[in-house]
Design a protein around this ligand. Sequence first.
Ligand code: FAD
Length: 390
Amino acid sequence: MSVLDATDPLGFDELLSEEDRAVRDTVRAWCRERVLPHIAGWYEAGELPGVRELARELGAIGALGMHLEGYGCAGASAVQYGLACLELEAADSGLRSLVSVQGSLAMYAVHRWGSEEQKRQWLPRMASGEVIGCFGLTEPDHGSDPASMRTTAKRDGPDWVLTGRKMWITNGSVAGVAVVWARTDEGVRGFVVPTTAPGFSAPDIKHKGSLRASVTSELVLDHVRLPGDAVLPGVRGLRGPLSCLSQARYGIVWGALGAARTCLETAREYSTTREQFGKPIGGFQLTQAKLADMSLELNKGLLLALHLGHRMDAGTLRPEQVSYGKLNSVREAIEIARTSRTILGANGISYEYPVMRHANNLESVLTYEGTPEMHQLVIGKLLTGQDAFR
Ligand code: FAD
């Protein structure tokens, strides 16, 4: 019998097609060349320099709006999109966030709910990375409960006028287009807002202790006047933004496991070379117990992600099932990051190693796209039939 691969003990790789592996390898190679040599420095500096160039390169490898069909999008499978998210987040959650917001939030909103004209106007340039998109749902006073949003869009003759503030918006200040959700007389509606529109501004949020290599901004909408056809015609109500969130959460199911993989691999390698009490720390049972538990959770998570990916490709994936995946992947990834950090001892807190960066990033990933509590409530409602959100 052959020796098992410690990095793939359950034979996950064998469950992928040749095409799946090719997509994964392309994204992995891009990250290795373009991100890994620089990411620790970017993170420490709290910036993502050359983000526009990075976006174009991601467009060139087909990673933007990857699972969407037509309009210059790659039309990849959900599994392939998931694998791309995993590889990007194995490098840094900030990179994966850039891609998730672009493809699963901004582009998906236009692709699913936009007019033919909106799709033609925005999607090809977003798929190529020429235009970066952002997605404004969260407000300073309304995060988990977007139904209470205060941003409004009012009719003024043939136009719409948007007023309000959005908070914690990924890609905000580098975006050429913002998909903004606002309250109207007809319920919540989505608007495609060119960021050059007078009254629109996007000041960056500073002093972040997480996702530091990612642009996070506030969106200020000061009587932004838009033509009547700026509204997404296909949807009214929270169903619109929630459908986009479901897509992005699906990517996170995979992505968070990428961050976990990097942490576990770093800890495993470290445990074989770091010696205390006369032998490698990986030779102590307590260290092995940590590594075994982390490997178990990572690989269980991958199998769940693949299962959800197959359901998405079959068109049978339910938002509640995405909640199982998001809750599990991020919760376990954070645990893996923290445990890996303990194996690295004091080196674990140094940015010379990637573990602390991933651990910090995962705090944001835990909170955005539905906090663990929101996903527990979704699952709790499924299990009991009782709505416990309020
Ligand atoms: P709150 O909703 O105030 O929640 C605070 C705590 O209370 C949480 O633990 C929550 O689970 C808990 N809580 C709330 N209600 C209940 C309840 N009913 N029962 C039990 N517990 C409850 N948003 C966007 O729209 N676009 C983006 O691009 C975007 N990018 C982001 C990037 C980063 C780096 C971060 C950190 C956030 C981003 N967000 C974005 C915002 C994110 O989606 C919100 O932070 C998230 O929805 C939580 O909202 P909140 O921070 O207001 O927390």
